[in-house]
Design a binder for this molecule. Sequence first.
Ligand code: ARG
Length: 275
Amino acid sequence: MHTGSGSPTSNGAPTFLMCPPDYYDIEYEINPWMSRRRQTHPERSRQQWQALYELLLSVGAHIELMDPVPGLPDLVFTANAGLVYQDKVFLSRFRYAVRQRETPHDEKWFREHGFEVVHLPEGMYFEGAGDALFCGETLFAGYIIRSDIRAAQWIGQQINKRVIPLELVDPYYYHLDTCFCPLRPGMAMYYPEAFDEYGRKALQTHIQTLIRVRPSEAARFACNAVVVNEHVVLNTGCPELENTLRDHGFQPHSTPLDEFIKAGGSAKCLTLQLR
Ligand code: ARG
């Protein structure tokens, strides 16, 4: 089940980090999707997570696992542990104290698996791959709601990559990966209303083919998809996007993830690309 850490995979398929939902729950409210009055169903969460895990394996992804920790309900959202670049991980600095407690566990995992752990300068918030996504060689960075613009710029300097900052204007789309998803170099899908005029222009300028996601499907976390070569894994209830993806030569695979939408996350948030 585990792939050898540090070793490149043989078939060019990506490796993801996931964390089982043993302690997943709604214990606090840090985004508009979360309500302590709308609790999760542990059994359904478990089944949905397991189905996602198996679906990703079936399309050729490799998966490594992190141990769940009691009292850290959002640890399942491994996308926020940090941003991995080659053998380095830029560790997150969470905005909210409730999630800052995840960081020592993330750091331990990365160290034990051979990553060079890089800490951002003090005082810069950064929520990892939730707010920093590569499309080709360019790093697209969401900011203001969770991450600071300076954090992505700092990372861009360390790895010598161009950074395109995108201000997030809708509190429901508080991480960039809730409203933007790179599909391949030069191609991505996005929910335009989550960005300001400047952000939309920046995306249109730097990405040749941009697929627009309609509001009702964006609210089903259509953009929070995991891309494994030509396969796109996403929540159910996004038929229009699925058709558009097929038209572009992709193979969409939907699997129910509504238990995780209660916390403001879906397929992509539950994974962190390692290699
Ligand atoms: N409840 C979590 C939070 O608000 C959800 C994180 C979702 N992760 C993501 N990459 N969008 O922080």
